[in-house]
Structure formats: C-alpha cells, structure tokens
Design a protein around this ligand. Sequence first.
Ligand code: SIN
Length: 495
Amino acid sequence: MITERVDFLVIGSGVAGLRAAFEAAEAGQVFVITKDTLKESSTEYAQGGVAVALCDEDTIGIHFEDTIKAGDGLCVDEAVRTLVNEGPERIMELISWGAEFDKSDSRLIFTLEAAHSRRRILHAHGDSTGKEIERVLIKKAMSMPQIKKYSFAYFLDLIVIDGQCHGAYMLRDGQVTAVLAGATILATGGAGQVFSRTTNPLVATGDGLAAAYRAGAVMSDMEFVQFHPTSLYASGAPQFLISEALRGEGAVIRNIHKERFMGLYHPDAELATRDVVARAIVSEMVRTKSHHVYLDITHLDKEFIKTRFPMIYKTCLKYDIDITTELIPVSPAAHYMMGGVRTDIDGRTTIKGLFAAGEVACTGVHGANRLASNSLLEGLVFGARAGKTAVNEWDATKDMGPELRLNIAEQGRIENPDEVRSTIRRVMWEKAGIIRSAESLNEALEVFTSLRHVTELTYLSRYENEIKNILQTAELIVKSALERKTSIGAHYRSD
Ligand code: SIN
C-alpha cells in the first residue's frame, strides 16, 4: 500500500468540498479527491437555483421563517440563522469570482419556488444554476497550486484510530493509497441512488455516510429523505429532474385525466412544500391507477419557456416531449438527504479531526424537510465554515507513521452485483419510500439482513464498494424510519 501525507484532505468536489478546500488552502497543502471527474457531483445537476435573501422585498428574517416552517419544527435554529445570515456574503463572493446569475438589465432576477414567501431564488443560464456555480469553483480551484486534485480516486474508508481521524484510504487505478492528513473534510454529497427512482446522478451512493458510520461517527435524522415531486417519467428517457422553478413560474400539476388536484390536498396547491406535493401526487397516482401525473406549463409564452428553461426544454425534446405544447409526464423521486453525519455549525463531527459539510452532513438546518434551493447555499456556507474550523484545529505536528494500523478488510467480490444493487434500490423505493409503515420497513430490513455479507468486505472496484455503501446507507435509513413512529415532514408513516 502506498502512503501519502498532506495537511488537509477534502473528500468530494461539489460545492461544499471545493468551498472548504479554498479555506484550507490558506493554511497548507490540500488534496481534493473525487471518484469521478472533478465536476461530476450533485452540484453540477442542480437546476432551480440558490435561495438567498438579497432581493429588495426580502429579508434574512423572512428566509429564516420560511426555512423553519418547511422543516416542520425540527430545524436547529442556530444552523438556520447561520445559513441565512452568511448566505448573502457567500453569494456576493461567488459573483466576485465570476458567477453569472441571470439578470434583467443589470439587476439580478429572483424567482419563486414552493414554500418561499418571497421571490428569492437566483438562477443561472435559466435552469443550469449548479453547473454555473461548479464552473466558477473549479476554475478557482484550478488556479490554486496548493490544491492538488485527484479525480477517479475512490474514497474507501476513513482512517480512524482511537477516536481520531487521520485521513482516508483511496482506491485509484486498482491501487489502495493511505492518505494521511492533519484534518479530513467529508463532502461526499448524498445518497439518492439508494432508491430506484432518484433525481441524483450515479455518483450519489452514500459513500461518505456509510464510511462515517463504519468509523463510528454519530449520524442524525437519516429517516428524512426528500422526494422531489416532479422527475421525468417517460419511456426510454432517463430519470431527469423537472425543476420546481416551473411551478414557481406557474406550471400546474394534472392527473392522467388532465384534471388539476393539488388544491384538494393543500391550500398552497402546487406551491405547497415538497413533502406535501409528493404525497398528493402518490395518492392521485394510486386513485387513478397510474404511474405518473403531468406537469403543465403550456399556458405560458413559448419563447419565455425556451429561454427560462433551456436545458429542460432541450432534454424533454430529445424524448419527443415539446414542453411548450405538451404535458410533461412526471412522478416523484428521491432527491435529497436531510440527515447525515452529525455536525455542529462549524463542521465538527463527533470524530476528532473529521469535519463534514454539505449534503453528507446534518447540521439540522433542514429539519424534517428542506426548503427548496437551500442546498447550494448550505454547501457554500457550511463548506466555508468547515474549512475554517479545520484550519483552526488541524494537527500539523503529529507523526502519524508509528501509530498507523492499516485495516483494509480482505478483498473479495460480490456475486451478481447488478442484481444485488437493483434489489436494494427497488426494496427501498417500495418499502421505505414516500409512504412507509413498520411492516414495510421490517420487510426491507429482512432483505438487507440476508445481504449482510456484502458489507463485510472492502472491494477493489468502485462499483462493488458503492453497492456496499448503498446497502449500509439503506439500512440506516430504514432503522431510523422504524425508530420515528410518528409522521413529520418528509417522513410519512401510514401506520
Ligand atoms: C429544483 O430545481 O427543483 C431542485 C432545487 C432544489 O432541490 O433545491
């Protein structure tokens, strides 16, 4: 096994990881490792935008209230206050680094999304906000020689000895390397791939969640998975997010008989919180015996649709759906983990020397249900904070050589990996998805128990380790969902 040493190790290259890396680079040498290309993360695919109280008619206090309300009483106030207070500064800084948010004349355009009481969502190139933010962050990272980037470096496990994190093992070109670091920042994103229906990219396999759990970190709120109400549901088409911003601009939801129904479920209709809209859609799909509903934006001006949602327009057209004249078939899909590795608002986990930020972390900022478009802001604000804390608390002097006990489990293979992966994801969707019960959750656990052997090994391929992480994350979600017996926010128990 190769050993490398570095001052700061950042695992993940999305918004939280890169923002943290910039802070760490002020103090020392940084490695950013990522399992795919640098830009392949959930950040890249974020469409709708980034919520921030910068509009004249908005205030930080109103953003705070909306976030708390969406979180259904379970948000950590201090985390929300931090997010909304520091958000404007993080966004202005991003603009100063070259981020081009959409403007009308010279003024930023703010749009509306569900459960926001003000227009406060900034967007870029219409519906490619995450891509623009990632472009700017990668460009900045590329200009910083203190940051060494390792792409296609798969994060296997944390190196934790006697309650202290010393870095991580990574797998690159079939070779395991122990990266020993003065501080380690986990920013591996979410776990949408745990479910068979998801808006998330293929990389979102819960690697950081599962590894932190294996290392003994305290996890929080794992039962709170956000399901996005509108993911494309068309034969031959990939699962593709149809942004909430469409509803913000006036799109309505219809059942397969082309009837609107959201008003029957909630007074805010299409602009109710995501958990409410997703459940209403499921109820309507069951009532009409259908696998989807429709999103309808055809009443809006054609040119407006094409310029406001160019990526969604083009993608749907590829699958023969012209969204300016036709209804879009959609159904809910797993979208975002509100829970994760427990951290304080400065990114400290319960393991010394290990910090976490972004979707993998749980500061409590989202409570039981994340307010739309708060996640890119979360990555920026808490990524920066985790990076600063790591700089203040890293151990620059420790000689880690003598105490290092490398403990990679024996290597093996998963038999029928595709089948195992698909079984876990299907079971999660059917038994632990939008509507759960003790019975369905226990059925899921039974399946996972029969697959326990998969989690006992470390593999020499990314795909197999991802399956192991999907399984461990799935089990954490199911066990947490069993523990919380009442319905709240995104966690809905039919029993
Ligand atoms: C969307 O564009 O609907 C997703 C935005 C988000 O999840 O915050």
